[in-house]
Design a binder for this molecule. Structure first.
Ligand code: COA
Length: 202
């Protein structure tokens, strides 16, 4: 039977040994702006959208956050913002997007600011989001798509035991118009994910 996504309960806070993930709040705009200004070139190369722009204002970040909150409530785009417990610093985001509730299925996305890169945070967030997708949303299929030229991203599904399916050639345009060949990785459940301590709070 089709899932009614509007009645699904989502955790309001997720804690791992190193990270806290929660939905956006209006007051996050300033911190997001700092993160974005520090890392826009990376996001421009590999991600896109508002966060990939060189010149942005705090108001642009407010608009981004409101867009994410709107997606949260209509369950079209479920994004968590992530903080490093040790420093309290905002380090990135992880989301479920392209949600198709008729199956239901979706895809995971992630970004990590430059100064927090290489610590395994994206892998940890993707591990959490994979568990969330099957535990709370009952998804039947979950994908991670990443450019074949973006090893920092396409290593993550491999480290998390996703099945590599194929490469979709010239499947997505980058901000500057380059066409990316995308690796498609898939999971149908959360079995045998690398172990991680998670505290889910309602
Ligand atoms: C991709 C991104 C999220 C990775 O974040 P991260 O927290 O640094 O990732 P992790 O620390 O979990 O590392 C993932 C793996 O990639 C490797 N890696 C990181 N940077 C790399 C690079 N430039 N080249 C090759 N491998 C790299 C890491 O070493 C790690 O593999 P390992 O555990 O075998 O050593 C971050 O770089 C980012 O936000 N990039 C821009 C946006 C983006 O690409 N998003 C994904 C779009 S699909």
């Amino acid at each position: 039977m089709a899932v009614n996504p509007l009645i699904l309960e989502l955790p309001r806070s997720i804690e791992t040994d190193r990270l806290i993930m929660r939905p956006w709040q209006q007051g996050d705009a300033q911190q997001l702006h700092k993160l974005q200004q520090e890392s826009w070139e990376q996001f421009n190369k590999w991600y896109g959208g508002t966060l990939a722009k060189e010149k942005t204002s705090k108001d642009d970040m407010k608009a981004y956050i409101n867009g994410a909150l709107s997606g949260w409530y209509d369950r079209s785009w479920i994004e968590f913002v992530t903080f490093e417990k040790e420093s309290g610093k905002m380090i990135g985001t992880a989301s479920l997007h392209h949600l198709d509730w008729s199956v239901p299925k979706g895809r995971i996305g992630y970004i990590v600011r430059n100064s927090a890169g290489g610590k395994g945070y994206a892998t940890e967030m993707a591990n959490v989001m994979t568990r969330l997708a099957f535990k709370f949303l009952d998804l039947k299929r979950l994908e991670i798509r990443a450019s074949i030229e973006n090893p920092a991203s396409n290593k993550i599904p491999r480290k998390l035991g996703y099945q590599f399916l194929t490469v979709f050639e010239k499947n997505k345009a980058s901000v500057n118009g380059d066409l990316w060949d995308l690796e498609i990785h898939v999971r149908f459940d959360a079995k045998d994910l690398p172990k991680i301590n998670i505290n889910w709070s309602e």
